[in-house]
Design a protein around this ligand. Structure first.
Ligand code: OGA
Ligand code: MN
Length: 297
């Protein structure tokens, strides 16, 4: 972005990247405040494309936080291994510690962020799950470490009659502690468990802005479905996740340094592809709180 001039709507360009979801947004400098018109145009593009990519935005954590706050209040992560020391609203999605040192692949936070290699939607374990996440790629990997996004409206619309019947009117349990059973990491401490008791959420949700219905699962946290034996529930969640990950619904983002990627957690899932944990990957996330309980669809 060139120096002194203000953001203007006429320079904003939105370029769709995939038929299902994802669009690139250029002609705006996220380091600068957004006028109500630009904010509105970006919000509208977000609702339409679900995932927005803003290339070449070398912004500070404080500027990222200011940008994110325009969409709502921000979450502060309940675990100190994820929360950044310098800015509590920044989640450190990184294999590098606060002092800039590469962490051991066995480090608890590295093992935990590696679980993002499975489909999920952020903070679905909270009573009010997140609205959206805004991720800044500070140091990105040349190989692997792509982030894939899937359109859960489309996945819902394409479910078979049989799948629909299984989820209609049903709730799934979202349990932060379930994650610890999926990776070679220690079970959560009592205080970590108490901070996030499991919640039950409808498997079909209605988006508060678009009014559209989507499939709502988050496989790294789901460990039960109402009225089903646990084994059947896990199998159903796995089947739905695999279906939702079908090519037709997925945009695959290949990172360049200083991309800002913003996704709507209410109608998408995401996962990162494997990468060499011996190579630095530093991502800072600001997470916008949901503005109300999940609306059953
Ligand atoms: C996240 C996440 C994936 C990635 O920040 O919520 O899942 O590519 N990140 O780092
Ligand atoms: Mn995530």
């Amino acid at each position: 972005m060139s120096g002194a001039h203000e953001n203007t709507v006429s320079e904003l360009k939105i370029r769709p990247l995939h038929p299902a979801l994802g669009a690139e947004v250029t002609g705006v400098d996220l380091a600068r405040p957004l006028s109500p018109e630009i904010f509105e145009a970006i919000h509208q593009a977000w609702m339409q494309h679900l995932v927005l990519i803003f290339p070449r935005q070398a912004i500070s954590d404080a500027q990222q936080i200011d940008f994110a706050r325009q969409f709502g209040d921000l979450e502060v992560h309940h675990q100190d291994i994820i929360r950044s020391k310098s800015a509590p609203e920044i989640f450190s999605v990184s294999n590098v510690d606060d002092d800039g040192k590469l962490m051991d692949p066995g480090h608890k936070s590295v093992a935990q962020i590696s679980l993002a290699q499975r489909w999920h939607t952020d903070s679905s374990f909270r009573p009010v799950p997140s609205m959206g996440s805004i991720l800044h790629g500070l140091e990105v990997t040349a190989e692997g470490g792509q982030t894939w996004f899937t359109n859960m409206y489309n996945a819902f619309d394409a479910l078979s009659e049989d799948q629909r019947q299984k989820i209609d009117g049903r709730k799934a349990r979202h349990d932060f502690g379930h994650m610890a059973t999926l990776a070679p990491i220690k079970p959560l401490s009592a205080s970590e468990r108490e901070a996030m008791p499991p919640v039950w959420q409808p498997m079909v949700r209605r988006h508060p802005v678009t009014g559209r219905k989507s499939l709502f699962i988050s496989p790294i946290y789901n460990n039960a479905v109402e009225g089903m034996a646990d084994n059947d529930a896990i199998a159903l969640i796995a089947e739905l996740a695999e279906f939702a990950g079908s090519d037709a619904f997925v945009y695959r983002h290949i990172w360049s340094a200083d991309d800002i990627v913003m996704w709507d957690n209410r109608c998408t899932m995401h996962q990162v592809t494997p990468y060499d944990l011996g190579v630095r990957r530093v991502m800072h996330r600001a997470t916008v709180m949901g503005d109300g309980p999940v609306i059953a669809g």
